[in-house]
Design a binder for this molecule. Structure first.
Ligand code: 5AD
Ligand code: SF4
Length: 472
C-alpha cells in the first residue's frame, strides 16, 4: 500500500475511535523520554489522540490512556519506564487504563520480551516504524480487547499528512530526516531508527510555510544527522523532486531562510564529518540561522574517536572549529561528550578536557558511557569501571561549569535579541526568552511581548540564566 493510502486508512481509524468516544470525555497522558526527535513524535501522537477525542491531562490518574514514548540511548530511561509501569498496574486493575508504549526502546527485543513477561497488562507495544499506525492499533486494542504488538524491523517509510498537536505556539520542530547510517560504536540509534531517509524538500518547506502562517517564529530542523540531508538519496540514485533549488542541507537552509514570518532557524544534530563548506557558507549568509551550532565532539582523543567510528581526528575537529569561527560571525558552539568509552585511558580523557578548554563551548551535554546491547561498544573487552567513569564525569563537569561562569560574564552589559517564550516558571512576574545562543534570559515586561523578538540589555548573570532589561 502506498503511503498516502496508508495515511487515508489511518484517518479512517481516527474517525472510528472518535465515534467510540463521542459521548465520553476521554483523556490521555503522555510521557516522552529522550531527544527532540522523540518530542516531535510525541506531538504527532498527541495530534492523533486529540483528533480521536482525547484531551490531554498531566495527571495519569485522570487518564483513560497512558502513553510512553521511549528512548534507549542510555540505560537510565529503562529504569524510568519499568518504575512507571509498576506504578500503573493498580490503575490498570482499578479503572481499565489503556497502556501503550512506543518509541526506540520497543525496537529492542530484550525489552519487549521483558515487558511481555513481567508487565503483561500493557495493551499496545509499537515501534519507531509503526508510529503512523497508532490509530489502528488503538482501535484494535479497544474494539477487539486484545494485546497489540506492532513492531517491525524493516525500513520505515515517511508518512505525510497525519495530525500534529504542537507543544508551543512560538517554536516548532520539523523533522527533515529519519534514521542514521553512521554506526558510531556506542550508539543504538541506527539499530532502532533504521537507515537514513530524507523527507522531500517540498513537504518540509510546505510545513515551514504553514507554521509561519500560524504565527510560529522559530523552527528547529531535526534529524539524527541533519547535514547529510538528501545525501543517501543522491549516492544511491534514489529519485527525489528538487523544489525551490533544494538538493542538500545547505540549500534547504537557504530556502527556509527566505520564508516570511520565520525569524529563527536552528538545527540538531549535524555530524562534524559532514560539515561541508557549503553548509558553513549558508549559516554565515542566512540572517535567520542562529549562530549557535551544536557540534557533537564525543571524545577529544583521536584513538578513542577511531574506536567510536566517528571518522574525524582531534585535529580535524579543531580545524573545523577554527574554520567555522573565521567564517561565521558571532559563532557559538555547543557539544555532546561521552566519558568512559571502552578502553579510554586517563591520558586519552585529558585530550577531551583539552578540546573543551580550547573551544570554549557555550554548552556541553555530558554523558557517562552506557553499554547498549547489540552495539560494538558493548562487546569491547576493556570496559571502564563505574568509579573511573564517574570521576572523569565530575572532572569534566567542573571544567564545563567554570567555563560557563566565565562565558556568562561576557554577556553582562551587552545587547541581546531575545525571542520571548512566555512567563518565567520560577517567577510569574517575569518573562523568559532565549538569545540566539540559546541562553535563557528573564526580564520584566508586558505579556504582549510573548512571541516577539525584543532587544534586552543584560544586567546580571547566573549559572543557568541571565537577567535582562528592555533596552530603550
Ligand atoms: N552512552 C552514553 N551516551 C551516549 N550517547 C549516545 N549513545 C550513548 C551511549 N551508549 C550520547 C551521544 C549523543 C547523545 C545524543 O547521546 O553523546 O550525541
Ligand atoms: Fe548515533 Fe552516531 Fe548516528 Fe548520532 S551519528 S545517531 S551518535 S550512530
Amino acid at each position: 500500500m502506498g503511503t498516502s493510502n496508508e495515511v487515508k486508512k489511518q484517518r479512517e481509524y481516527i474517525e472510528k475511535v472518535r465515534k467510540i468516544n463521542e459521548d465520553r470525555k476521554c483523556k490521555y497522558n503522555i510521557l516522552t523520554m529522550g531527544c527532540q526527535l522523540n518530542e516531535n513524535d510525541s506531538e504527532k501522537l498527541s495530534g492523533m489522540l486529540e483528533e480521536m477525542g482525547y484531551a490531554r491531562t498531566d495527571n495519569v490518574k485522570d487518564a483513560d490512556i497512558a502513553l510512553f514514548n521511549t528512548c534507549c540511548v542510555r540505560e537510565n530511561a529503562e529504569d524510568k519506564l519499568f518504575g512507571k509501569l509498576g506504578e500503573l498496574k493498580r490503575l490498570k486493575e482499578e479503572k481499565g487504563l489503556i497502556i501503550a508504549i512506543g518509541g526506540c526502546m520497543m525496537q529492542e527485543k530484550h525489552i519487549t520480551d521483558k515487558i511481555k513477561t513481567s508487565y503483561p497488562f500493557v495493551d499496545i507495544l509499537f515501534g519507531t516504524h509503526t508510529l503512523y499506525k497508532f490509530p489502528e492499533d488503538l482501535y484494535r486494542a479497544i474494539e477487539e480487547k486484545r494485546k497489540i504488538e506492532d513492531v517491525i524491523d524493516v525500513e520505515g517509510k515517511i508518512y505525510e499528512g497525519l495530525p500534529i498537536k504542537r507543544d508551543s505556539k512560538i517554536k516548532a520542530s520539523v523533522t527533515i530526516m529519519n534514521g542514521c547510517n553512521n554506526f558510531c560504536t556506542y550508539c543504538i540509534v541506527p539499530y532502532v531508527r533504521g537507515r537514513e531517509r530524507s523527507r522531500s524538500p517540498k513537504d518540509i518547506t510546505d510545513e515551514v510555510k504553514s507554521l509561519a502562517k500560524e504565527g510560529y517564529k522559530e523552527i528547529t530542523l531535526l534529524g539524527q544527522n541533519v547535514n547529510s540531508y538528501l545525501r543517501v538519496e543522491k549516492e544511491k540514485n534514489i529519485s527525489f523532486s528538487e523544489y525551490e533549488g533544494i538538493n542538500s542541507f545547505a540549500t534547504l537552509l537557504r530556502a527556509i531562510n527566505k520564508i516570511d514570518g520565520i525569524e529563527r532557524i536552528r538545527f540538531v544534530s549535524p555530524h562534524p564529518k559532514d560539515f561541508t563548506d557549503d553548509v558553513i557558507e549558508a549559516i554565515a549568509d542566512c540572517d535567520k540561522v542562529c549562530k549557535l551550532i551544536h557540534l557533537p565532539l564525543q571524545s577529544g582523543n583521536t584513538k578513542v574517536l577511531k574506536e567510536m567510528n566517528r571518522k574525524y581526528t582531534k585535529e580535524q575537529y579543531l580545524e573545523l572549529v577554527d574554520k567555522m569561527k573565521k567564517k561565521i560571525q558571532n559563532l557559538t558552539l555547543s557539544t555532546d561528550i561521552i566519558v568512559g568509552f571502552p578502553g579510554e585511558t586517563d591520558e586519552e580523557f585529558e585530550d577531551t578536557l583539552d578540546v573543551v578548554r580550547r573551544v570554549k563551548f557555550e554548552q556541553v551535554y555530558m554523558f557517562i558511557y552506557s553499554r547498549r546491547v547489540g552495539t560494538p561498544g558493548d562487546r569491547m573487552p576493556n570496559q571502564v569501571t563505574e568509579e573511573i567513569k564517574h570521576k572523569r564525569f565530575d572532572r569534566l563537569k567542573e571544567l564545563v561549569e567554570s567555563g560557563i561562569e566565565e562565558n556568562n560574564q561576557k554577556y553582562v552589559g551587552t545587547l541581546q535579541k531575545v525571542l520571548v517564550e512566555g512567563k518565567s516558571k520560577n517567577n510569574p512576574n517575569m518573562l523568559t526568552g532565549r538569545t540566539d545562543s540559546n541562553k535563557v534570559v528573564i526580564f520584566e515586561g508586558d505579556k504582549n511581548l510573548i512571541g516577539k523578538m525584543v532587544s534586552l540589555k543584560i544586567v546580571s548573570e547566573h549559572m543557568w540564566y541571565l537577567k535582562g532589561e528592555i533596552n530603550g
